[in-house]
Design a protein around this ligand. Structure first.
Ligand code: NI
Length: 403
């Protein structure tokens, strides 16, 4: 097996240059035209089979090793966030309201580095690697769009892996674990219909604002009273709009929020109790409430496959000292790699990338930054995982059919 770390370190200047260029020219979800173009040109120079426009702005590169074998998918996301950068870095975003504040600039550079590592060593590994440079991870459904465009077909991967740089963990700490890692996310809205009127004549009105306030309070009891303490769930309301003037009782209230869960049964229970609670609260005041769960925006939980996590772990130990590989409590943020992991067994891992002197802002913060030494490390880890999987898969005896 190739030792990818020294090779990846020789790519360090390139990885940093790519990352800084993407950082300076961030593009929002489904608008990653410039980024995709740079990726596609690089993959072409490596002699890969390249498809562009996958899921609108995604790029797929296919590379084959020295002998036929299984197919593995590696996924890297490319999109930036609608945030105005405040890092003061010399390569800060050139655009107001657009920033790589989650490290996807790094992921894109890492993917290009992995492509190069695999191309340089193709005589030493077998099978096929499919590199997906995915658009629009940040809540816009990029993974789904690439799946609808056939990224999991022709050829169909039998395993999928992805990595996220994490600037809240020290450089080089790696999280590889089986089972749940990130939560499922729902976006919901609530419309409350009352009966507006004069602020001085409340007896002729149904105050939608007051019903909304009661609804917020009542909804927050669902987690504590209807969900087992052994389960995990979050209900957060982030928007509440009602009323237009100081002396007018609001006719309507509009609320929006998010749910985070792991088990589908917990999600179902939460949604059912929300509907019942809203109906009851509204009825008590003579109003009507409408709950909308935006199913098309639903992101499932990231659940790592046990076998794939074990393969990723073993591969990672060839790059990172075992004592730096840790397990964490599952986190409540979501990640649309879950769409791929719902269809293909795989593993999502996190690599610590805390900048020197500590992070000045977490992910999605205007002062977010990463440690660039994480780039060659990540490229080596992903190349090792891919080739190790391809080596293992199919060489082990098939599972016994007799009991
Ligand atoms: Ni991210």
């Amino acid at each position: 097996m190739t030792n990818y770390l020294p090779l990846a370190k020789t790519l360090r200047p390139k990885l940093i240059a790519w990352r800084r260029d993407f950082h300076q020219h961030p593009e929002l979800g489904f608008q990653e035209y410039r980024t995709a173009d740079i990726v596609a040109r690089h993959l072409n120079t490596l002699g890969m089979e390249v498809s562009t426009g996958v899921g609108k702005t995604g790029v797929v590169g296919i590379i084959e090793g020295s002998a036929p074998g299984p197919v593995v998918l590696l996924r890297f996301d490319m999109d930036a966030l609608p945030i105005t950068e405040a890092t003061g870095l010399p390569f800060a975003s050139e655009y107001d309201g657009r920033m790589h504040a989650c490290g996807h600039d790094g992921h894109t550079a890492i993917g290009m580095g992995v492509a190069e590592l695999l191309a340089l060593t193709r005589q030493s590994w077998r099978g096929t690697v499919k590199l997906l440079f995915q658009p629009a991870e940040e809540g816009l459904g990029g993974a789904k769009a690439t799946i609808q465009d056939g990224v999991l077909e022709n050829p169909t991967p039998s395993a999928a892996f992805a990595l996220h740089l994490w600037n809240q963990f020290p450089l080089g700490k790696l999280v590889v674990q089986p089972g749940p890692l990130m939560a499922a996310a729902d976006h919901f809205s609530i419309t409350i219909m009352g009966h507006g009127g004069h602020g001085a004549v409340p007896e002729d009105t149904v105050d939608a604002l007051l019903v909304g306030a009661q609804a917020v309070s009542a909804l927050h009891h669902i987690i504590s009273r209807n969900i087992s303490p052994h389960d995990t769930a979050v209900l957060s309301i982030g928007r509440f709009h009602a009323g237009g003037a100081f002396n007018v009782i609001a006719e309507q209230a509009y609320l929006e929020g998010t749910l985070r869960t792991f088990a589908p049964s917990v999600r179902d229970r939460l949604i059912q109790r929300m509907a019942e609670t809203l109906e009851g609260v509204a009825a008590a005041y003579g109003a009507r409430a409408f709950l909308e769960i935006k199913d098309h925006e639903f992101t499932p939980a990231v659940i790592n496959d046990e076998t794939m996590a074990a393969i990723a772990y073993q591969a990672a130990t060839r790059v990172i000292p075992e004592k730096h590989i840790e397990r964490i409590r599952p986190i409540m943020v979501s990640e649309d790699m879950a769409e791929i992991l719902n269809r293909v067994p795989g593993c999502y891992i996190l690599l610590g990338a805390e900048p020197e002197g500590g992070a000045k802002g977490p992910h999605h913060n205007p002062r977010f930054d990463i440690h660039e030494d994480a780039l060659p490390l990540a490229a080596a880890i992903m190349a090792t995982i891919a080739t190790e999987y391809l080596q293992k898969e199919g060489t082990e005896p098939p599972p016994s059919t007799s009991l």
